[in-house]
Design a protein around this ligand. Sequence first.
Ligand code: SF4
Length: 231
Amino acid sequence: MDPSGPPRAAESPPRAGSDGGLRAQAQAWTPGQKLEYLRSRNVGDCTRCKLAKTRTNIVFGVGDPNARVMFIGEAPGADEDRRGEPFVGAAGRRLTQWIERLGMKREQVYIANVLKCRPPGNRDPAAEEIEKCSPFLRAQVRAIRPAVIVALGRYAGMLLIGTDQDLKLAQMRNRRFTYDDAGAGLQIPLHVTYHPSYVIRREGELPPGQRNPADDTVMSDLERALRVLRS
Ligand code: SF4
């Protein structure tokens, strides 16, 4: 496929015709097979936005393709860019701790970012980068069809809510939204909470040994989000 074209194919399984009915076959694929096709054939060695020039690795996503919980962050950082895996390093360890405090293992959830390549210097994602890359994330959600999505941080929250408004994180947390993908018949409960990097930064501002209120806030957000699994 043309790497400079829009990521149209990422939105759906392969088309019939020269693919010899591949699209029809894809309907029966497992979530893992769909993700692998998306990773290897649609994302590939993507050059759709300028982040391709500065990245070390594309950071596609990791976890159980059949996960009931999907965590979605903003973009890879330096550790993720180097290793090609989302949420590694200090932020990744904190996310893993949160998952384990919820009684799960990291391998049981699926973790991805809105952007698959690192913005230089961890700057905020540009609108054009989000526009070019977010179809890949939407295709991941279509493949996995989780029971609940947790957005980590403000950008992931605004994108997944589908708002044009410039919302603060405090306006999004402690509420239940719906991730809406009408084309795929998906309406998934969506919660927004702080990114682990923010929580770690807050910790650094506290006197040694003092309990971090941001950490407790995230845990209560996550427990609220996961109630849907028990209903
Ligand atoms: S950020 Fe997304 S759209 Fe941009 S080059 Fe990377 S994979 Fe492609």
